[in-house]
Design a binder for this molecule. Structure first.
Ligand code: NDP
Ligand code: MG
Length: 376
């Protein structure tokens, strides 16, 4: 009886994806955690496998897996199962909405969906504070900084791998095809984030994510390339001490940390440091123009409307690129045009409903823009 009381009930939102399935792997190796519910999009086969494997009774999807109890939406599922931890791992704006709902029901959010902090950071933090919900980052760089964090920080550094374009001669980058871009050199991830690693929009998101999580101004957040993704994050302390967080690039490690914090219960063999490249180098402006456009923008003004537009336009542009409708360079055009449009609307956001409306407005502009480009 006593043992049962200590079991943590976990819900995984986006269970069939890269983070979702790795969370399943981790939980199978940990004691004291039980997945009580999942949500997924359309991958029924994978969902069925997970539900059978972990004996899960409850799920949310438009699809019927043929057993267990299906809920129409995340809210209903969370009301039924009353979770301790919700792993938020749905990409894009759907993930933002799911995270906002999860905050109402969970004691802890293991947050992979970085879009939640990009598009709605102040609201997410406010609700978390009011409801006393812990937000533990899953993103490897933020997990690293979270683990290193202490009060006397001068600045932090997060690393980027440079994605699939890092060694491509500059003149060829604009026309790279989805099959080229989906070959990530160090991490195995979902489609959107893999493309975002090549434009470094992913790192732009992560700079915003770090700003929200650790309350640091943008000029105290640095980004450097580490080709092996062995170094995840660095903090520079006031007395000159530099603390570096390193480890092999394996998302199961930060996922496990977010579940077991403040303990470390997961076992993964210690890596041989000599296998990994520990060098850091500057990010090239010409190679990642969208990243620098965003960074310059952030330093000028950090407001939600353009951050929402960035996510909304990038979401549609990445899909259009993966569908072969626009070129790799086209992603940058769609994003910049949409941001400029939203910027011209002088939107003021005072509620989460305003966030949703701005996302819709940005998406409808980006959609039309993409359609016009395709017709050209
Ligand atoms: P994937 O594309 O691999 O997986 C997405 C998951 O979300 C799938 O389970 C998918 O279901 C599900 N999904 C999509 N739409 C919906 C919806 N409307 N309702 C319910 N479920 C839905 O993504 P990743 O796992 O790579 O990324 C997830 C999040 O984590 C992103 O925000 C990403 O930025 C972040 N992240 C990912 C990292 C990684 O290593 N992958 C690292 C750090 C952060 P289905 O497949 O069944 O359609
Ligand atoms: Mg990351």
């Amino acid at each position: 009886m006593e043992e049962k009381a200590t079991i943590k009930k976990v819900v995984i939102l986006g269970a069939t994806g890269s983070i979702g399935t790795q969370t399943v792997d981790v939980i199978k190796q940990l004691e004291g955690f039980k997945v009580v519910g999942i949500s997924f999009g359309s991958n029924i086969e994978q969902a069925r496998k997970i539900m059978e494997d972990l004996k899960i009774d409850y799920y949310v999807s438009n699809k019927d897996v043929g057993f267990g109890k299906r809920f129409e939406n995340t809210q209903q599922l969370l009301e039924e199962v009353v979770p301790d931890i919700v792993v938020c791992a749905i990409p894009g704006f759907e993930g933002v909405k799911a995270t906002i709902i999860a905050l109402q029901y969970a004691k802890r959010i293991a947050l992979a969906t970085k879009e939640a902090l990009v598009c709605a950071g102040p609201f997410v933090k406010k609700v978390a504070k009011e409801k006393d919900v812990e937000i533990i980052p899953v993103d490897s760089e933020h997990s690293a900084i979270f683990q290193l964090y202490e009060p006397h920080i001068e600045k932090i550094l997060i690393t980027a791998s440079g994605g699939a374009v890092r060694d491509v001669p500059l003149k060829y980058i604009a026309d790279l095809k989805p099959s080229d871009i989906l070959k990530h050199p160090t991490w195995s991830m979902g489609g959107r984030i893999t493309v975002d690693s090549s434009t470094m929009v992913n790192k732009l998101f992560e700079v915003i994510e770090a700003h929200e999580l650790f309350d640091l101004d943008y000029d105290r957040i640095e980004v450097k390339i580490n080709r092996s993704s062995f170094i995840h994050g660095i903090v520079f302390l006031k007395d000159g001490v530099i603390k570096i967080h390193a480890g092999k690039p394996d998302m199961r490690i930060p996922i496990a940390y977010a579940l077991t914090y403040p303990e470390r219960k997961y076992h993964s063999p210690v890596a041989d440091v000599l296998e990994f490249d520990l060098q850091l180098s500057d990010v090239e402006r010409e190679r990642y123009p969208l990243f620098f456009y965003g960074l310059d923008m952030l330093k000028r003004k950090d407001d939600l409307p353009w951050r929402i537009a960035l996510n909304a336009a990038d979401e549609l542009a990445v899909n259009a690129f993966l569908d072969g409708k626009i070129s790799f360079k086209g992603i940058e055009t769609v994003v910049r045009e949409t941001i400029e449009y939203i910027d011209s609307q002088n939107i003021i956001i005072t509620s989460i409903e305003d966030v949703y409306k701005t996302d819709e407005l940005a998406k409808s502009y980006a959609k039309e823009f993409i359609e016009r480009e395709v017709r050209k």
